[in-house]
Design a protein around this ligand. Structure first.
Ligand code: GUN
Ligand code: ZN
Length: 402
């Protein structure tokens, strides 16, 4: 039995969190019990000056891109060709992919991320190695073999039938499941997209892809897939627009596309740090929300430079201000990067400080006197310092200590 104490970030109203003093008892990987109203005098972790948070969940990131952050000044398609595809090519070496996955998983845990929806590369063995490694290190979530059969270097392309055959044999491990991961409509033929739709229906796995990130990408998609309709229609026509589909970005959508996404239940992973880095455009997230489209947040490393989901949440405030939308409130943002993100990627056993959930927990010791602020959760969000993270528990196991 482990005890953690401090100000607990517990569920408040529907989609927000609040701080309250308390103790969390962890046993068998789960939250065995929560006692509110007191601080434990001799805890294993935490103390009066600490915050205990659910682990952060990152709903859109690329594991092979962690060493390529910051290759600046290029439009998406040029950036992919210049910086990203060469980096992903290195995952042809499965040992390299396994070693990098290990490094990246440890880095994620050191930033407080315990849940992920992540892309590997188009290499089958590397994708399975990433699943195995991330699961062994305690992460929960989904990792996909990237499906791509056109418009990229030959070393990354796998013909549709071979790619689908390989991807369908991916095995889950621990708390990581495979995900159906057609990269985007630029790098997938219609045959591949349709096959991915069939695999998604058959497997029930999460689907992840990119949608409408830059104008140039949108134009190219129309050229490559003529006569089907909008970018969103293309995914829909191929069976890839489902309530289990996480679409990265969704910046340049029409009202009709947002209505279609809302009707079919597709989710947009808003990636504000990546959008800023690639100068992809201003994401009108409030428009998506008011159209009834579910949204979640992703770091989108390596387009996004920040591994911390708190920084991503803060960038979402900046992005909202930039388009003149209402400023998202801090209690809702803390909810989004924990419980909300967990829910959108189907991680129903984690994401929240509630009895019987998996013990994915963060021990945070802020150096600011946030208690005196009129809006403590906003103060914590804006003054966030990764050095405040003292420990990360993944499924009850101590996965990181400062
Ligand atoms: N669109 C297709 N592939 C990618 C990728 O790796 N990163 C980003 N940001 N957009 C993409
Ligand atoms: Zn991405």
């Amino acid at each position: 039995m482990l005890t953690l104490t401090g100000q607990l970030l517990v569920p408040d109203s529907a989609e927000s969190l609040r701080l309250t003093p308390g103790v969390i008892f962890v046993e068998g990987g789960r939250i065995a019990r929560i006692q509110q109203g007191t601080i434990h005098p001799k805890p294993d972790f935490g103390g009066e000056d600490c915050i205990i948070s659910p682990g952060f969940v990152d709903t859109h990131l690329h594991l092979p891109q962690f060493d390529s952050i910051g290759v600046d000044g290029l439009e998406l398609l040029d950036w992919l060709n210049t910086a990203i595809f060469p980096a992903e090519m290195r995952w042809a070496d499965t040992d390299y992919a396994a070693e990098m996955s290990r490094r990246v998983a440890l880095e994620l845990l050191s930033f407080g991320t315990t849940g992920i929806a992540a892309y590997a590369t188009s290499h089958h063995a590397a994708a399975q190695a990433a699943i195995n490694t991330c699961a062994e290190l305690g992460l929960a979530g989904h990792i996909g073999q990237v499906l791509m059969d056109q418009h990229a270097p030959a070393g990354l392309l796998v013909p549709a039938s071979a790619a689908l055959g390989q991807a369908s044999t991916l095995k889950p491990k621990g708390r990581i499941a495979p995900a159906v991961t057609p990269r985007f409509a630029v790098s997938c033929s219609e045959t591949l997209l349709k096959g991915a739709g069939t695999l998604a229906a058959r497997s029930g796995w999460l689907v992840q892809t990119h949608l409408s990130e830059t104008r140039r990408e949108c134009d190219l998609v129309q050229q490559l897939h003529p006569g089907i309709g909008s970018y969103t229609d293309i995914y829909d026509a191929c069976g890839l627009l489902t309530p289990r589909t996480i679409f990265g970005h969704g910046i340049w959508l029409s009202d009709q596309e947002r209505a279609l996404l809302a009707r079919k239940g597709g989710v947009i992973a808003h990636c504000p740090t990546a959008n800023r880095f690639l100068d992809a455009g201003s994401m009108p997230r409030a428009k998506a929300v008011s159209a009834g489209v579910a949204t979640c947040f992703g770091s989108d490393v390596g387009a996004g430079p920040d591994r911390s989901m708190v920084r991503v949440a803060r960038a979402a405030i900046d992005a909202a201000k930039q388009v003149g939308a209402a400023v998202p409130n801090a209690a809702g943002l803390w909810w989004q990067i924990t419980s909300g993100n967990a829910r959108t990627i189907g991680l129903t056993n984690t994401g929240s400080l509630e009895q019987a959930r998996d013990a994915d927990l963060l021990v945070i010791r802020p150096t600011t006197r946030w208690q005196n602020s009129p809006d403590p959760l906003s103060t914590l969000l804006y003054s966030w310092d990764d050095r405040w993270l003292r420990a990360t528990l993944a499924c009850g196991v101590v996965a990181y200590t400062a």
